[in-house]
Ligand binder design. Structure first.
Ligand code: FAD
Length: 709
């Protein structure tokens, strides 16, 4: 007699589901709500079902004391509530699409049986990626995907009491685990292959997350991969690709997941370009009667319409409900794509994102307009703290493409409002008109979402263009002449300002506009952006040709500068004494050497040690000048000293009259940059300065490339 089950009634359809966590159980529950007669069986190879994978880091950290809190429902509950038969410890090992049957192994007895289906749903989820490096099987090395994984990690924490943990990978899971372990008093090193944490964000926003991690004692190691694990009977360290060994008595691998598609391939189901199962909006695969949902299934982008795979619980539940409805005769509930919206808590910050980042928008061929907007989450007199929203819009259509938000309050609400707006195709102009709830404990009269729309709208329409810190740096680095106007009070300017900025407070701007060249591109800035925009409007009204407001003002620029300095800083294994040391030296005065030095420092951070000086009138300088064979000693207080000459690997003499003939041993360290003085061609004033700066900028780039390559 065949072991294939016969239908309970002639009309009853048989629905088999593989996988019983988020997506699979959603399919079953929806199908049962629609169809009381359908036979519904879910096979699950693991022990646990319907659990919150998203809560696992909080169980590890002890915030959730009992793993049972993460999976309150068991097969008996599903049987009673939904008349669904969930068989745990049963693995589906193969499938026959022609006969519509599955081969199922009972993992406790080893017995293999055959089951038949009218509809089959693959809800097989995803598996943690385990990097194939030596030592990865050592005790004390874990990935985190299931309740069992979390229990094993918790057991290790209790038994081995590790003091040092390495978390490999800085996506959502790596960040959550790092936060929870640090909160439990354990030292954490976070190792990330990319140059930034949290790859779902743009690097500038991710840097804010990095600073928060470091502020709480996490050691962040970027641009480096795990090459292997060290230990005899248990892990004791992680070997990086730099050769460095980081001590660790526990290692958590959080380098990503891959979709479980073996069964789908067995069935002849098409795998999409993302590597997950290709489905249509009804969650059907290309094989008759076979559906796929959750982490194993591919989605598509609401913005571009292109395939997109973001394995998230939120999407898994939605897909499950859609498939359950379709299988039971529904026709209207269809998948409408995703934005990849996500949120994570990192110590005191909430970090959310939706839609395209600036980088992704460019890669998709958009011409993005970018705004950094820092505003209080609600009235400051009721304790409102600032959050920063980075929003990205399409210049051509004005459509909002994406947003990232970081802050201690109000991030979830803004990201969800913006995600809703993007879903319904809102333009940036639409944001201002949203009728959002306001009361001082919850928002500000104009919400950060409104401000985002207002500033982006004027930028998109070209009335008040924005420039991001990165774009400003790039234009300066290309040698472009841009006048930068700091419109804050003199005391704020004195505390710190953009390199090369002049200080004209907003109140003085109309009176002092003559100090600016109306034909030169101009950037205005204040602390966060609002006063910078007011100054921008004044200057445009007074006839300046091109005026841009610095996105996010000085505050965002300073974050950007810290990021740049961190990105350009050398690994800690390289001592400052090993850094190339350049002395820029002007004959007569230090103006050009300061120009070169400032540019070098600005662009290359602490990768190159820079000193600037001129040849001065004092005895020491006179001696050096004589040693160098210089024909003349100029007069400038920043005179070169013997120590400066000794320390420098390269001595760059800048100026029109570098008639120096240095003796050995200086000769091989001295290089001449003869700068042509445009005054010789009758070019004076700003244009002369601009011309000289361009000559210097080109040489600085060439030198830095040589020194850092
Ligand atoms: C630590 C962690 C934190 C997370 N945080 C968030 C978050 O904050 N927000 C969010 O939206 N998402 C989060 N996620 C992701 C979320 O948990 C997943 O998207 C969700 O679990 C996917 O559900 P699923 O049912 O598609 O797949 P899975 O949860 O992977 O379940 C698939 C099941 O199928 C079973 N299976 C596979 N093949 C077979 C077979 N041949 N036979 C029988 N059974 C089989 C597997 O054993 C597995 O139990 C997190 C995940 C983790 C691990």
């Amino acid at each position: 007699m065949s072991d294939i089950p016969m239908p309970a009634s002639p009309r009853a359809q048989r629905l088999l589901i593989v996988g019983a966590v988020a997506a699979g159980t959603s399919v079953g529950a929806k199908a049962r709500r629609n169809d009381e007669e359908m036979e519904i069986v879910i096979y699950e190879r693991d022990r646990d079902i319907s659990y919150s994978g998203c809560g696992l880091p909080y169980f590890i950290g002890g915030t959730v004391p009992d793993a049972d809190d993460l999976h309150p429902r068991d097969p008996a509950w599903f049987a009673k509530r939904y008349n669904i038969d969930i068989r745990t410890g049963h693995e589906v090992i193969s499938a026959d699409p022609a006969g519509r049957t599955l081969q199922v192994r009972d993992l406790s007895s080893g017995e293999v049986t055959t089951d038949r289906y009218d509809s089959l749903v693959l809800a097989t989820g995803a598996t943690s990626i385990i990097p194939p490096v030596p030592g990865v099987d050592l005790p004390g090395v874990f990935a985190l995907r299931s309740v069992r994984d979390a229990e094993a990690i918790k057991g290790w924490l209790d038994d081995a009491s590790p003091k040092q943990v390495v978390v490999v990978g800085s996506g959502f899971i790596g960040l959550e685990v790092a936060e929870q372990l640090v909160t439990s008093g354990i030292g954490v090193t976070l190792v990330e292959r990319l140059p930034q944490v949290m790859p779902a964000l743009d690097a500038d926003m991710a840097f804010r997350v990095q600073e928060e991690l470091e502020r709480h004692g996490v050691t962040v190691r970027l641009n480096t991969s795990m090459a292997g694990l060290q230990g005899d009977t248990r892990v004791c360290g992680v070997r990086l690709d730099t050769g460095e060994l980081i001590a660790a008595e526990l290692v958590i691998l959080a380098v990503g997941v891959r979709p479980n598609t073996d069964l789908a391939r067995d069935l002849g189901v098409t795998i999409g370009e993302t590597g997950a199962i290709a489905v249509d909006p009804s969650m059907r695969t290309n094989v008759e009667g076979v559906f796929a949902v959750g982490d194993c299934a591919e989605s598509y982008s609401v913005i571009t319409g292109r395939p997109l795979w973001r394995p998230l619980g939120s999407t898994a539940n939605k897909m499950g409900r859609i498939a359950g409805d379709q299988i039971t005769g529904g026709t209207t509930l269809e998948h409408r794509g995703i934005l990849g919206t996500g949120i994570v808590r990192v110590f005191e910050l909430a970090v959310g994102h939706t839609g395209l980042t600036e980088t992704q928008a460019r890669a998709e061929g958009f011409d993005p307009v970018v705004l950094h907007n820092t505003k209080p989450a609600h009235a400051t007199y009721l304790g409102g703290k600032e959050l920063t929203i980075k929003a990205v819009a399409d210049r051509a259509s004005g459509r909002l493409l994406g947003a990232q938000a970081v802050g201690p309050q109000g991030v979830d609400k803004r990201i969800d409002v913006l995600a809703t707006a993007i879903t319904f195709g809102a333009t940036v102009a639409d944001l201002f008109h949203l009728d959002l709830a306001y009361s001082p404990p919850f928002a500000t009269t104009k919400d950060p979402v409104h401000y985002t729309g207002m500033a982006l709208e004027t930028a998109v329409r070209g009335r008040a263009p924005l420039i991001s810190p990165t774009d400003l740096d790039e234009r300066l680095a290309r040698g472009e002449w841009i006048q930068i106007v700091d419109v804050r009070a003199a005391k704020d300017y004195a505390k710190g300002h953009l390199p090369g900025a002049v200080n004209i407070p907003l109140a003085d701007l109309r009176r002092r506009v003559g100090e600016l060249d109306p034909q030169v591109p101009t950037v205005t800035y204040c602390n966060k952006g609002v006063t910078g925009n007011a100054a921008q409007n004044v200057l445009l009204a007074l006839g300046l040709a091109e005026v841009m407001n610095l996105s996010g003002g000085n505050s965002t620029y300073q974050t950007h500068t810290r990021q740049l300095q961190r990105a350009t800083s050398l690994p800690s294994t390289i001592k400052p004494s090993h850094l190339p040391h350049v002395l820029f030296l002007c004959v007569h005065n230090a103006g050009k050497s300061q120009m070169a030095g400032a540019l070098m420092r600005h662009l290359y951070g602490d990768r190159i040690v820079v000193t600037t000086a001129g040849t001065g009138p004092d005895d020491a300088s006179a001696r050096i000048v004589a040693e160098l064979g210089a024909s003349t000693a100029g007069e400038h207080p920043k005179a070169v000293t013997a120590a400066m000459l000794d320390a420098a690997d390269r001595i760059i003499l800048i100026g029109p009259d570098v008639q120096l003939n240095p003796p050995e041993p200086l000769a091989d360290r001295v290089e001449r940059w003869p700068i042509h003085d445009p005054a010789d061609d009758g070019i004076e004033g700003d244009e002369r300065t601009r011309n000289i700066r361009d000559q210097i900028a080109n040489r600085v780039h060439a030198l830095a490339t040589e020194l850092t390559s």
